[in-house]
Design a protein around this ligand. Structure first.
Ligand SMILES: Cc1ncc(COP(=O)(O)O)c(C=O)c1O
Length: 390
């Protein structure tokens, strides 16, 4: 028998990453020695705060931390999570039944879908969305139904329209990657009402909880009255604590949903390397100044980019949160679509961005800048994009 990848049915469902063609151009340019200013991937460039690394080192040297750990997460970490919710959002959680540690949000969301869905069941996902929101459904052999998540004023209406098709679950994520849209607690209350009306499980991805600016504080979905009855919320230490490579996050909320994920994960993993979990306890329990400093770095970069683009004639509204700027393609280039426009930015301006279409068809009039370059490089990029407007 010869092995033929065409027989692996899941692979045919997972499309090629749209981002890969832009990435290839970027690598080719770099191979030629060109300096590409890279706003492509949302990969935090700052180091993890020192006190968290020190805790990792101290724990890693101790042999007792080298054994298999606990799949659902150390009890002390689950306690730190519930204290974090109480302190930040005045939400009370039972550490044993209403929260679970995940190997980052991506792992948590993917295994959650496997835990909840029977093959062929449908999940309502945003378009555009962070790719794992839709791919996790495909990986679980589910079907995707999309709602347009571009326009603020129509959002609830779009969601309700999708809910009428009776999906099993609904994914929402605010502050949003890629659109940077934010919501208030009223929005979540309406989502809870819709969830009850249409008997749908709500999954809220809260990765940018702390990356907020200008006195905006993002609400937790679990603050909405009745949210615990209808859904769960996923949080990641990747962005708030610059711990993207460590792979640690958590999911909290409805105990039936958490219990389903816990059960499936208990077959699949033995928990994150224990020193990482111990360092995560330090991250959540100790000073949060580092979180504020990180948000401040993104705020200054956001200002620099939006200001720089405005000076060259590309007007973009200041986002209130996230590490991204979601920019409508200038009128004269709109016809190209986001993929060709992104390629043009690399070729002509030596600037790499993510084409909006990579996040879903409704994103095609936009490109996304990830704020992972320093202010000086951002200014340099804005200057170099000036030629688009002459
Ligand atoms: C909305 C959203 N959710 C989840 C993640 C990934 O989180 P993690 O590193 O915990 O898997 C990202 C990363 O960019 C994101 O933008």
């Amino acid at each position: 028998m010869s092995i033929n990848s065409e027989n692996f049915s899941l692979l045919s469902k997972l499309p090629q990453y749209v981002f890969s063609s832009v990435n290839e151009l970027k690598y080719e340019a770099r191979k030629k020695g060109e300096d590409i200013i890279d706003f492509g991937m949302g990969n935090p460039d700052q180091p993890t705060p020192r006190h968290i690394i020190e805790k990792l080192l101290e724990s890693a040297i101790q042999g007792r931390n080298h054994r298999y750990s606990v799949s659902a997460g150390l009890p002390k970490l689950r306690l730190a999570i519930t204290n974090w919710y109480k302190r930040n959002y005045d939400v009370e959680l039972d550490p044993d039944n209403e929260t679970i540690v995940t190997i980052g949000s991506k792992e948590g969301l993917s295994h959650l879908m496997i835990s909840l869905l029977a093959p062929g069941e449908t999940v309502l996902v945003p378009d555009p969305c962070y790719p794992i929101h839709s791919y996790s459904v495909l990986i679980a052999r589910g079907n995707i139904k999309e709602y347009n998540s571009i326009k603020d004023e129509n959002l609830l209406m779009n969601i309700e329209k999708g809910l009428k098709t009776k999906p099993k679950a609904l994914i929402i994520s605010f502050p949003s990657n890629p659109t940077t849209q934010t919501v208030d607690i009223d929005f979540f209350t309406k989502i809870v009402d819709l969830a009850k009306k249409y008997s749908v499980i709500v999954i809220h991805d809260f990765a940018y909880a702390d990356i907020c600016f200008d006195n905006y504080k993002a609400p937790s979905f679990l603050q909405a009255s009745g949210a615990m009855n209808v859904g769960v919320e996923s949080f990641s230490l990747s962005k708030s604590y610059n711990m993207a490579g460590w792979r640690v996050g958590f999911m909290s909320g409805n105990r039936e949903v958490i219990s389903a994920l816990k059960r499936v994960k208990s077959y699949l993993d033995y928990g994150i390397f224990q020193p990482i979990q111990i360092a995560a306890i330090t991250a959540l329990n100790e000073t949060q100044d580092c979180v504020k400093q990180t948000a401040n770095i993104y705020k200054e970069r956001r200002n620099r980019l939006v200001d720089g683009l405005s000076k060259i004639g590309w007007e973009i509204e200041l986002p209130k949160a996230t590490m991204f700027v979601w920019a409508k393609i200038p009128e004269q280039y709109l016809g190209m679509g986001s993929l060709e426009f992104s390629k043009k930015l690399i070729k002509d301006c030596k600037v790499a961005v993510s084409p909006g279409v990579g996040f879903g068809p409704s994103g095609d009039e936009f490109v996304r800048f990830a704020l992972i370059e320093n202010e000086q490089r951002i200014q340099q990029a804005a200057r170099s994009m000036k030629k688009l407007f002459v």
